[in-house]
Ligand binder design. Sequence first.
Ligand code: DCP
Ligand code: MG
Length: 362
Amino acid sequence: MSHATPLHRRVPILAHLDLDAFFAAVEELENPELRDRPLVVGGDPHGRGVVSTANYAARKFGIHSAMSAAEALRRCPSAVFVRPRHALYRQYSRVVWDTVGEIVPRIERTGIDEGYLDLGTVAPDFTRARAVVSAIQTAVRATTSLTCSLGVGTSKVVCKIGSDRRKPGGVTVVPPGTEAAFLAPLAVRLLPGVGPRAEARLRTAGVETIGALAVLANTDLKAVLPGSIGTLLRDRARGIDPRDLELAGEPVSVSAEDTFAHDVSERALLHDEIRRLAQLVSERLQNSGLSGRTVTAKLRYGDFSIRTRSKTLAAAVDEADVIGAVACGLLDRGLRDRPGALRLVGVGVSSLSSYRQLTLEP
Ligand code: DCP
Ligand code: MG
């Protein structure tokens, strides 16, 4: 569990790092004679193989990941085709992330060649963050000879899009307050969470850019993307993305529960117990420097069946009275849905972050 995060930080400073043409770059390093030639890493071009990745020389021919290898061969008959060597890529990846970890302690790896960094632990502002990011590129090049691109911003969505803007070897810094303007002109399919289906629906509604999604009125949004996914994606289009880094070794939830000696149906007693458990959860959160946005109440009935009811709040909480009040409401809801005497009640908090996500200040 990390305690390194300064508590006084106002706005998150995050980065997304993505290695450039990763598999192909490793193959070039292992066989320098491949450099400058179009190179395709993937399956058999004379069979049903698929392109894993292509180097930039091959991309000039329109070859890209997930294309059939046969199609890649048609587009560039002189390309070199090699099969992926995953064990080798894992070795390179390990060195890369060890190197990055020496500079930035809080890292969430999201793939073999990409991950998020919490620059706020090492840089007090965006100017210094840019220097840290340059140092990371230099260090990765020194230990592996690989190049990487980074996006720096206040949220995961902005960083993820940013790292792809100046490939290869580029850095894109999106200072606080400029998120929506940065995103607005970009194609809506670039927004993480917008898959081919959502893209098609948005296009039918005339939404081509992230900016157009950002200003979509509620009624239009509901018609195009019903349910919570619509508001989630529109928030992202505005640069609003409350996701914190998910760190290996950090708990995903903090909870407490208690079994009664006898089944209890008296509501006041159940509320007392919920508030006592909320106090325990709150203390454990605060001792770990954590807070969470989702509060859950757990109900176990006399027949051992379990129900849970959850509520996700606008902001992360760690206060006992807030958690207790929300959990009591959830208990009431659960008992309305299914009345009965309870053998056990529990309180949990999840969607944790290790600092309070404050509203962005321009
Ligand atoms: N990969 C794969 N199949 C895909 C996409 C990717 O096997 N459809 C593998 C090969 C890539 C690695 O994952 O080298 C990383 O994926 P990226 O999407 O980051 O692609 P690259 O790193 O190759 O290129 P870029 O420079 O655009 O990041
Ligand atoms: Mg990559």
